[in-house]
Design a protein around this ligand. Structure first.
Ligand code: NDP
Length: 474
């Protein structure tokens, strides 16, 4: 844990293990925080709040910019730590660490844009608006992209003058702790960023309930998001919820089939399929289905599964035992119920021992019935179902037939189809001829049960500030 810029032990003196999902080895033990630790961290953040809010956005930007520079210098060691606790291949971990620095730098660039407004009103009146930080904000992080998602939350929160208490996922606290140390090294005043490690249902809930916490930015499963929203409502707190997704990919008969197959391959198997905006369902026109599936299958067979620290690995292990059990169970059920044809993969690789690596072969499943769990649950793992459709109307209807609405991609060269897709696909992000791309400059978030609020882009700043109106009659 880190409170007031220092590493501290938990009040109860207990620890929990962080293990490497590729080998089962113990990497480190971190303090098992409790409600008392949350109180201390929130107290530190509240005490630092006035001083931090009184600095200029530019002064805050200088510190964040310095932190981004240190992160770039330490990229290799941070990436190794991320791969060891999360499992992703080293090249993906390096991308993610760079992404952390990119997001901080983007918000440093926006420091000068934080300002209110001036309005004239009838009958000789004037109104001013001032943008005020909210105070103490909570950031609750999942295990799939702990570094990038940390930046999405602390970047806009800190630059706009808030202080933060961050709760990492219990499977991946080490990279978050290391990044928080970098911010301290860069000169962040004590108490501005605090980290409490420990279980979601105790530490997470205590943080959401805490009276001093004015805003919660949560990324995780939709079910947990609903619980967070319910608790936050009790204190009338602001929330940003970035939740699950079941992103569809729609491939038309005029699409570049080679690019679409590569898009599906990267979109599904990046981070071992554990990305909120992964391609989770493909709807391909019947007339090009055979060609698309053939290319995709060939690409999947070329993927190399293994320990993310070994060279030339394209897919690491699943992050944890429960995800591994879920994916194995789901594919076994599909086979037993004859719910689709597994063209490749569909099993644990040879020699993979229980609890010594949560590996699963990248899998392609075709002829999947519409009511299959594979199409109706958020499958956070390396399994891709492909369904054939007769036209765009059917593809859009199937794509929208979900409780989620995070992302969706449409693959076509036809302008009319692009216009229809942009209008009718019910998702927070619609990609055309690409999938998965996110950028610090572009707002990101979902509709329906994929959440509320936006991260990234200038819109995210508004999620961390209040508008105060001052009316003046002279
Ligand atoms: P969880 O919802 O299980 O956990 C997310 C975080 O919430 C963890 O830090 C967890 O702590 C904590 N938590 C758990 N229970 C509570 C609670 N009752 N109150 C407060 N906090 C709690 O999600 P996962 O970690 O399994 O992450 C995977 C999910 O995240 C997927 O659904 C994925 O789609 C989604 N996601 C969404 C993104 C988006 O931007 N829309 C981006 C990335 C992921 P602990 O680890 O201790 O349990």
């Amino acid at each position: 844990m880190q409170i007031n810029g220092k590493a501290v032990e938990a009040c109860g003196g207990e620890f929990f293990d962080v293990k490497n999902p590729a080998t089962g080895e113990l990497i480190d033990r971190v303090p098992m925080g409790s409600e008392n630790d949350v109180d201390m961290a929130v107290g530190a953040a509240a005490a630092a709040s006035g001083g931090w809010a009184a600095t200029s956005p530019q002064q805050r930007g200088v510190i964040l910019y310095r932190a981004a520079g240190i992160v770039r210098q330490k990229k290799d060691e941070l990436a190794v730590l991320l791969t060891r606790e999360q499992g992703k291949p080293l090249f993906e971990a390096k991308n993610e660490i760079e992404g952390f620095a990119n997001v901080l730098e983007y918000y440093c660039g926006l420091a000068g844009s934080l300002r209110g407004d001036f309005v004239t009103v009838p009958q000789n009146g004037y109104a001013f608006t001032a943008k005020k930080p909210l105070g103490v904000c909570a950031a609750i992080i999942p295990w799939n992209m702990p570094a990038l998602i940390m930046a999405w939350k602390i970047g806009p929160a800190l630059i706009s003058g808030n202080t933060v208490v961050l709760k990492p996922a219990s499977n991946t606290p080490l990279t978050n702790l290391a990044l928080a140390s970098v911010l301290n090294e860069a000169g962040l005043p004590a108490g501005v960023l605090n980290v409490v490690t420990g279980p979601g249902n105790s530490v997470g809930e205590a943080l959401v309930r805490s009276r001093e916490v004015k805003k919660i930015s949560f990324t995780g499963e939709s079910g947990t998001g609903k619980r967070v929203a319910e608790l936050a409502a009790g204190g009338m707190k602001r929330v940003t919820l970035e939740l699950g997704g079941s992103d569809p990919m729609l491939v038309c008969d005029d699409a570049e089939i080679e690019s679409a197959a590569i898009g599906a391959l990267r979109g599904r198997f990046y981070n071992c399929g554990q990305t909120c905006t992964a391609v989770k369902r493909v709807y391909v026109f019947e007339s090009v289905a055979e060609e698309f599936i053939k290319k995709l299958e060939a690409g999947i067979r070329n993927l190399r599964v293994g320990n993310g620290l070994d060279g030339n690995i394209s897919v690491g292990p699943l992050n944890n035992l429960s995800q591994w059990e879920y994916v194995k169970g789901l594919v076994t059920e599909i086979k037993e119920k004859d719910e689709g044809k597994v063209l490749t993969g569909g099993k644990v690789p040879e020699g993979c021992e229980y609890e010594k690596g949560y590996f699963f072969e990248p899998s392609l499943v075709v002829d999947v019935p519409r009511d299959s769990r594979l199409l109706n649950e958020e499958v956070f793992g390396p399994v891709l179902p492909v369904v054939t459709v007769k036209d765009l109307d059917e593809a859009i209807e199937e794509a929208n037939n979900t409780r989620y609405g995070l992302g969706a991609s449409l693959w076509t060269k036809n302008l009319d189809r692009i216009r229809t897709g942009c209008e009718k696909l019910n998702a927070g992000v619609v990609w055309i001829n690409q999938h998965l791309k996110v950028a610090p400059e572009v707002p990101f978030g979902g509709v329906k049960e994929s959440g509320m609020g936006r991260e990234n882009g200038p819109d995210a700043l508004l999620e961390y500030m209040d508008t105060k109106t001052i009316m003046l009659k002279v």
